[in-house]
Structures are given as C-alpha cells and as structure tokens.
Design a protein. Structure first.
Length: 118
C-alpha cells in the first residue's frame, strides 16, 4: 500500500525521510469517537515498502462529538517511527502493513492541552 503524495507530509527520522498522512475525513466510527485517531507512514525514498499504521489513544480533532483531541505533530510521527523500528518494523522491505497501537503508552497526551473543536 503506497501513500498518496498529495496531502502527505514529510519528516526526517535518524537520517531517513518518511511521508505520513492522516486521512482527510474521519470514518464513521472515528467521527463518533468509537475508534481512535490513526495515521500512516512510509519511507519517502522507497514507495511500495511496508507501511506503518499508527493508532493513538485520542479521538480525531475533527470528531463530531466535540471530544477533546490531540493533533498529529511531526514530533509524534518521529517518535512513532522510532518505536515501530524498535518493535520490528522493516521500513525498507516490502510487506504487510505494520500496526503500532500506542494506546495510553505512547505518552503523547501527557503534558499537552487538548484541542476542542469549535
């Protein structure tokens, strides 16, 4: 599964360039906060290699329930890439998507103010 270049953002982690993307619209279950925020990451210089799918213990900022949420920042993506590589994600090889479920362990919520949609 290759990410679309349109709408994706770039981040450099330990000398390697990655592209990451949050889908444009929430799924029905994400909109109702039944499912958490997720984003996909792949190596920018090796499209077609294994994609990383990251699930965070926060609803999407554009959820329909006005629940407090956290935006995906490049620093969050870099942290997720490092954790996935430590857990066995091989970003330079083709294969099935690698899922990283950060849940509460990701630490992305600690010390940050939640964004509440207007």
């Amino acid at each position: 599964m290759a990410l679309s270049k349109r709408g994706s953002r770039s981040v450099v982690v330990d000398g390697n360039r990655y592209r990451w993307l949050v889908r444009r619209k929430p799924t029905y279950s994400q909109g109702l906060t039944w499912s958490p925020l997720s984003f996909a990451v792949e190596r920018a210089d090796m499209p077609g290699c294994a994609t990383l799918v990251v699930r965070v213990a926060s609803p999407r900022p554009d959820n329909w329930m006005n629940a407090a949420a956290f935006p995906v920042l490049p620093s969050m993506v870099a942290t997720a890439v490092r954790q996935a590589l430590e857990r066995g994600w091989q970003s330079d090889r083709p294969g099935s998507p690698f899922t990283l479920d950060l849940g509460d362990e990701g630490g992305f919520q600690a010390g940050r103010r939640a964004h509440r949609p207007a």
